[in-house]
Design a protein around this ligand. Structure first.
Ligand code: IPE
Ligand code: IPE
Ligand code: MG
Length: 224
């Protein structure tokens, strides 16, 4: 059976769920938060040590301002109302992505990380304003500046995930088979599962089914 440390998820399909069920994309984002809470709980039950959730990409700024503002409001409310629960339940929060936000959001992220920094049950990485190409370019720039050698070890040292093992599993919900600029470096040997269901409909049973499928896969990493 394969060891399982890290699950990464592209939480896609909120907008379509919202249109289909509530006639509003934003309602889909709101519903998606419930699935986030469920999957964090389930990950703890399954003894997963790292969970990385793609919440907002560097390309998502192309969306209408109304939707972007709603997403950041949701994030704000999620952090303000749930931080105590994360603190108490030994859940560590970590944000990956470009922190080029307003002072208010920046401080919120910093404070959530600080308040949970000693927690050890699970680390939840939230990818926010995250783009993998940008992440790799920034790493190479840093290596160059420090006049170090360009090699795998040094590139990884300057990625947002420098202290996180590579994902064992990637799940993308929402019936699209693409990576959308998520963790391009880190996913080199990850087992990928594309799920037809939209993120708000994804449930514990779907999650468990994927974990069970993963356990039976023969991972080669280039060997035999
Ligand atoms: C949620 O899904 C992911 C975010 C970018 C917040 P979408 O908003 O992309 O939903 P669909 O794919 O349009 O249905
Ligand atoms: C990927 O979903 C980003 C997140 C889930 C945050 P998108 O909906 O932005 O991806 P594309 O545009 O369909 O590739
Ligand atoms: Mg989408």
């Amino acid at each position: 059976m394969n060891p399982l440390n890290h699950v990464a998820i592209i939480m896609d399909g909120n907008g379509r769920w919202g249109i289909k069920n509530r006639k509003s994309r934003n309602e889909g984002h709101k519903e998606g938060i419930k699935t986030v809470e469920l999957i964090i709980k389930d990950s703890i039950k399954h003894k997963i040590k790292y969970l990385t959730l793609f919440a907002f990409s560097t390309e998502n700024w192309k969306r209408p301002t109304k939707e972007i503002n709603y997403l950041y409001k949701l994030l704000e409310r999620f952090l303000v109302t749930k931080i105590k629960i994360f603190e108490k339940n030994n859940i560590r929060l970590n944000f990956i992505g470009d922190r080029n936000f307003s002072i208010k959001i920046k401080n919120l992220l910093k404070s959530a990380e600080k308040r949970t920094s000693k927690n050890t049950l699970i680390q939840v990485n939230i990818a926010l304003n995250y783009g993998a190409k940008q992440e790799i370019i920034n790493s190479i720039k840093k290596i160059f500046k420090m006049k170090k050698r360009i090699n795998e070890k040094n590139i990884e040292k300057f990625l947002y995930t420098f202290d996180v093992p590579n994902p064992d599993i990637l799940i993308r919900t929402g019936n699209k088979k693409r990576l959308s600029n998520f963790l391009l470096w880190q996913l080199a040997y990850t087992e990928i599962f594309f799920e037809k269901k939209l993120w708000p409909d994804f449930n514990s049973k779907d999650f468990k089914k994927i974990l069970n499928m993963y356990k039976k896969i023969k991972r080669n990493f280039g060997g035999i």
